[in-house]
Design a protein around this ligand. Structure first.
Ligand SMILES: [Zn+2]
Length: 421
């Protein structure tokens, strides 16, 4: 057993919405758990090592509740032509391994993957747990569920009618998924549909949720237009992905159902900013039509107290597994009315709650996994600090070491988010 006492460290405290200076944190590297966090440097634990953290800032590793690890964000699109789904199983696996490494090196220690070609996330999770590949811990969904010809129908499971939904969801759980992902409405990255289109019926959506909940699994709905969001909330989904538009009635329903929103604002912003001439016009047009509506909707949800869990939709154009989680948090602060501490919560405890792992992840408390990141500056004062290189620890082991300690933050200018939105 190796116990390490990290001393002289400011530890993020969710209840106080702040980093508490002059703390120490004792980690057991054998079990990967935090044993103690308290003020001062002294511990009664018999420690094998003491590491002086020189007043730096520790917060839980970021969690990203909406990723697509089998997608390479810039690979699909060349000169406006879609090259999205001829990808082979081998290429998707290679993308996933690379994306996993990128995510961990940038401080993301847990992801919920919500749609993987060929169910590859199920196998990637096994490899990550055995230590064969580096990466965040994975909550899997396998292939997403869609209607025949609907959103994601090129690589998801096409199911129509309550019986096919039931059979499909049961089969996915037999295959080993942790979460069910269902495309309830149309979306941006498919031609010939809109975010307002409702695709699954209420009865189909409800059947998927009931099957998932019977097995203690969570269920996530891709739902963008207000009517589709309402249907998904009423069907009982744990999380609503995207939520481009919500009204007061939707908010009241979300409160009654304790629904969480996963915004994926960077998915829209990345296409808005970088997509012209590369992403096809039909997708670019949908982004331009919906981006302000989307940002206003997330702002409204935040103001109303709806829990928001960070998710980026990593794998969509120009939206990968590197600093995009940190960009997403900057968008929450600059475009959705969050304080930096609320953005930190969105990427930690709120994800943990939405994923039903809040007793083990999402806060730096004794009994939780020692997944944490360490920065030179205070992210609760300036959320863009998280875009700088940082130390990353997973289950008590350092998995990424910050380079160039003194100049790291200076060398990476925070992104400038357009004031026009
Ligand atoms: Zn997605």
């Amino acid at each position: 057993m190796t116990k390490i006492n990290y001393t002289n460290i400011a530890v993020y405290n969710h209840d106080r919405q702040a980093f508490i200076p002059n703390q120490h944190m004792v980690v057991d590297t054998q079990t990967g758990m935090i044993i103690e966090t308290a003020s001062g440097n002294a511990t009664r634990q018999a420690c094998d090592e003491v590491v002086d953290m020189r007043g730096r800032f520790a917060m839980p590793g970021m969690m990203n509740a909406h990723t697509h690890m089998t997608d390479m964000p810039t690979y699909w699109w060349q000169n406006g032509a879609e090259k999205r789904h001829p990808d082979s199983r081998e290429m998707c696996t290679m993308f996933a391994i690379r994306n996993m490494q990128d995510a961990l090196a940038h401080g993301v220690t847990y992801i919920r993957n919500v749609g993987a070609e060929f169910d590859i996330d199920i196998e990637i999770k096994k490899m990550q747990e055995k230590g064969w590949i580096k990466g965040p811990k994975v909550m899997t969904s396998g292939r997403a569920f869609c209607i025949t010809g609907g959103h994601d129908s090129d690589c998801g499971y096409e199911v129509d009618g309550v019986d096919e939904v039931r059979k499909g969801v049961r089969q996915a759980m037999k295959n080993g998924v942790d979460n069910i992902k269902m495309m309830v409405t149309g979306g941006v990255l498919k031609d010939g549909e809109t975010p307002e289109d409702i695709q699954f019926t209420f009865e189909e959506a409800q059947a998927a949720v009931m099957e998932a909940h019977h097995k203690n699994k969570t269920a996530a709905a891709h739902a963008q237009g207000n009517a589709g969001v309402k249907e998904a909330v009423a069907a009982g989904f744990d999380t609503i992905e995207h939520a481009f538009e919500i009204d007061d009635e939707t908010i009241a329903m979300m409160k009654a159902h304790k629904t969480t929103i996963v915004p994926t604002m960077n998915a829209m912003y990345a296409i808005y900013k970088h997509g012209q001439g590369i992403v096809p016009d039909w997708a670019q047009d949908k982004v331009i039509t919906n981006i302000q509506k989307h940002f206003r909707s997330i702002t409204k949800a935040m103001a109303a107290g709806i829990p928001i869990a960070m998710g980026t939709d990593a794998g969509t154009p120009f939206n990968g597994f590197q600093n995009e989680s940190a960009y997403e948090l900057q968008l929450y602060v600059e475009k959705a009315g969050m304080t930096p501490a609320q953005a930190i919560d969105a990427a930690t405890i709120n994800c943990a709650r939405a994923m039903h792992v809040q007793n083990e992840y999402g806060q730096l408390l004794p009994g939780n996994h020692a997944d944490f990141i360490v920065t030179d500056k205070n992210p609760a004062k300036d959320i863009t600090v998280l875009q700088a290189d940082k130390d990353v620890y997973q289950n008590g082991a350092q998995v990424h070491a910050q380079q160039e300690v003194a100049v790291a933050h200076k060398s990476q200018n925070p992104v400038h988010i357009s004031a026009a939105l």
